[in-house]
Design a protein around this ligand. Structure first.
Ligand code: ADP
Ligand code: MG
Length: 557
């Protein structure tokens, strides 16, 4: 898994996707029956926001550089989307309002190569059936364009129109012919909020495209083209929230993740945005959302982080045809998806903390500031925290969490050849029936991690070696065996859970006095770890306070 320290220029990322979309004009054709039968059927148009979604997607599929969305009465009375895309010929426009007419898909196999938003050829037909629809379009401004008027699905007029290259679709009086449906629409404000949310998502998905939104003839937003996702976020959300987001990108041969994630120490109880894009399609995904939370770990407590995550994969791995409005998609290997995202978030956020401590400042013990008056510059606070002075301020290390991290990483690799310390006085524990049964299943696993034991008699077990560097007495060994019972039997995570348990039981406790040498050794070993900033449960290990923070608190600056 590669991680790039320098944020990529998002336009490059998105440019690549756009290049994959066909730029060649293809005629609109009726889909053959075998394709139609494979298409996820269902209601596409439920409310104004669904119309806006379909029309913006069509404009983007037509390679528009500039898109204007206009609504009246929350979209109930009017929705107009104007684009400067490739436009339609007269024949295309006539066919486009027929069901299953599309220029984006020809054969069943094409379903596995979908880069465009549309492919079912349903949307314009569905909109035309329930509104008064006008399409004005032109493919070449030296020639007259086309105006097409449809009412309740019936073509009323096809005529010439003067228009620059591009397409304007106007939808008036949605559900005028379905009064019950119309009556079920909510208030103007509510419908407008949904429209604005749809609009926002495409502004984020295509920052290189200019977007404009008007409501009841008043301009609401105007976003210039050629922006980055970050600039779009700043234009759309609270600036201080956006400044607290950590940006990173992590690639794997089959999946890339690029996104913005709330700094966990700044996450609040509520969030403003949690949006997932899969191949730049805004989707809802329980798996992705859960994986992001999992990546943060318990550091979140009960808070909810803001995040915007863009996932990209080859279309053959992504089924976009499982939901009528494509709000849900399915990735071929959901277990991999979950693990990849969770690890990516953990890494990306961890990396962010690492960046906060200037390189070289803490990693070598000689960077620690010693002065004449202090015999050592480690101090132990309340026998629980190690305080160390660094050039730009000081750091506080949680001794238990630090040791847990060290043991966890050590035990995890030990599976290739354990290093354990023999006990001068072996520890004998009596297990109950349930504990004993689990113990028998785990005995070999524990040995591989450095905890050696044998059955003495009946349900009595003797432990004669523990993982090197751990502090395990009788109480800890007892707790370890009783908690082993709770380790899930899920094969994928069992080893990891046992590693965490051993690390937790073997780590120095809060309240335990440490000598200067022990503190020094703990700090050195901590920084030899792969992820020194979080304990295996995801809680922070180090807190850094800068001189600037102190000066601010003392009112000096
Ligand atoms: P789909 O997007 O699934 O193909 P639609 O019903 O949304 O189905 O559109 C039908 C066809 O009309 C599209 O395939 C495309 O060729 C054409 N079309 C629709 N909107 C536009 C537009 N804004 N610019 C150019 N062509 C468009
Ligand atoms: Mg479409």
């Amino acid at each position: 898994m590669g991680i790039r320290a320098v944020p990529v220029f998002p336009a490059v990322f998105w440019g690549v996707i756009r290049d994959k979309m066909s730029t060649k004009r293809r005629p609109v054709k009726l889909l053959p029956e075998e394709v139609v039968s494979r298409i996820a059927a269902g209601e596409v148009i439920l409310r104004p926001a669904s119309v806006v979604k379909e029309l913006i997607e069509n404009a983007l599929d037509a390679l528009a550089r500039q898109i204007k969305v206009e609504v009246k009465a929350g979209g109930k009375n009017l929705i107009r989307v104007v684009d400067d895309g490739i436009g339609m010929t007269r024949e295309d426009a006539r066919l486009a309002v027929a069901r299953y007419a599309t220029s984006k898909l020809e054969t069943v196999d094409d379903l596995a190569r979908i880069w465009s938003y549309g492919f079912r050829g349903e949307a314009l037909a569905a909109i035309a059936a329930v509104s008064r629809l006008t399409i004005e379009t032109n493919t070449d401004e030296t020639q007259p364009g086309t105006r097409l008027i449809v009412e309740g699905g019936e073509i009323k007029e096809i005529s010439e129109a003067v228009r620059a290259q591009g397409t304007t679709v106007t939808v008036r009086m949605l559900f005028f012919n379905l009064p019950v449906r119309r009556a079920f629409l909510r208030s103007e404000n509510y419908e407008f909020r949904l429209v604005a949310e749809v609009f926002r998502n495409y502004c984020l998905a295509f920052p290189q495209v200019g977007f404009e939104l008007l409501s009841n003839e008043r301009p609401v937003l105007k976003l210039p083209p050629g922006a980055s996702v970050k600039e779009r976020l700043e234009a759309l959300f609270d600036k201080s929230m956006v400044q607290g987001l950590v940006e990173f990108r992590i690639d794997n041969p089959s999946l890339s993740l690029y996104g913005f994630f709330a700094d966990p120490t700044q996450a609040r109880g509520f969030y403003e945005i949690q949006q997932v894009f899969f191949n730049r399609r805004p989707v809802r995904s329980q798996i992705v959302t859960r994986a992001v939370y999992d990546g943060y770990g318990p550091i979140l407590a009960n808070r909810n982080p803001d995040f915007v995550v863009f996932l990209e994969t080859d279309p053959s791995r992504l089924d976009v045809n499982i939901h009528p409005t494509k709000q849900e998609v399915r990735f071929t290997d959901e277990r991999f998806l979950f693990d990849f995202i969770s690890q990516a978030v953990r890494k990306g956020i961890g990396r962010h903390y690492q960046d906060k401590i200037p390189a070289g400042e803490f990693f070598q013990p000689e960077n620690l500031v010693r002065d004449e008056s202090t015999p050592s510059d480690f101090w132990q606070l309340h026998n629980s925290y190690i305080l160390a002075q660094v050039a730009s301020g000081y750091v506080i290390v949680d001794q238990h969490a630090a040791h847990e991290r060290i043991l966890y990483e050590q035990v995890r690799v030990q599976r290739q050849g354990p290093s354990s310390q023999g006990l001068l006085f072996p520890i004998t524990v009596d297990l109950n029936a349930e504990e004993f049964e689990v113990y028998e299943q785990m005995q070999e696993r524990l040995r591989a991690m450095g905890l050696e034991s044998k059955i003495f008699s009946g349900r009595t077990v003797v432990v004669d070696a523990v993982p090197a560097g751990s502090f395990m007495g009788k109480d800890e060994v007892r707790e370890l065996f009783s908690e082993l019972v709770q380790v899930s039997s899920d094969r994928a995570s069992i080893d990891d859970e046992i590693c965490k348990l051993i690390a937790c039981k073997g780590a120095v406790k809060a309240g335990q006095r440490l000598t200067t040498e022990e503190m020094q050794s703990l700090i050195n070993r901590l920084f030899a770890c792969q992820e020194p900033y979080f304990c295996p449960h995801g809680r922070p290990v180090i807190i850094r306070v800068t001189l600037e923070d102190l000066e601010r608190r003392f009112g000096r600056i």
